[in-house]
Design a protein. Structure first.
Length: 119
């Protein structure tokens, strides 16, 4: 079992930056692909970005490409989401998740962290 805990959310203004963290415990984190998802009020959860266990491959949603960067530190069992040039439409609860492999079902989810971008 892998437990995931997100942190780093908050209230920022449009154009600002924010870095989210996702700390993992309870498993061999380096064996898992990781992803970030988000859910805005009244909308379905959507994919943001994913990364392989080694960090060698990443997939970004078009809406965040060029603005968001995923990274991971397997020694610290932590994955990060650097978010730059934030827009009001980035406002959502952000979740990290872990899967056995990239493209597989995400079996483990964090509780989410709120990101609010004021325009």
């Amino acid at each position: 079992q892998v437990q995931l805990v997100e942190s780093g959310g908050g209230l920022v203004q449009a154009g600002d930056s924010l870095r989210l963290s996702c700390a993992a415990s309870g498993g061999t984190f380096s064996n898992y692909a990781v992803g970030w998802f988000r859910q805005a009020p009244g909308k379905e959860r959507e994919f943001v970005v994913a990364m392989t266990s080694s960090g060698g491959t990443t997939n970004y949603a078009d809406s965040v490409k060029g603005r968001f960067t995923i990274s991971r530190d397997n020694a610290k069992n932590t994955v990060y989401l650097q978010m730059n040039s934030l827009k009001s439409e980035d406002t959502a609860v952000y979740y990290c998740a872990a899967a056995r492999r990239l493209g597989f079902r995400y079996d483990y989810w964090g509780q989410g962290t709120q990101v609010t971008v004021s325009s």
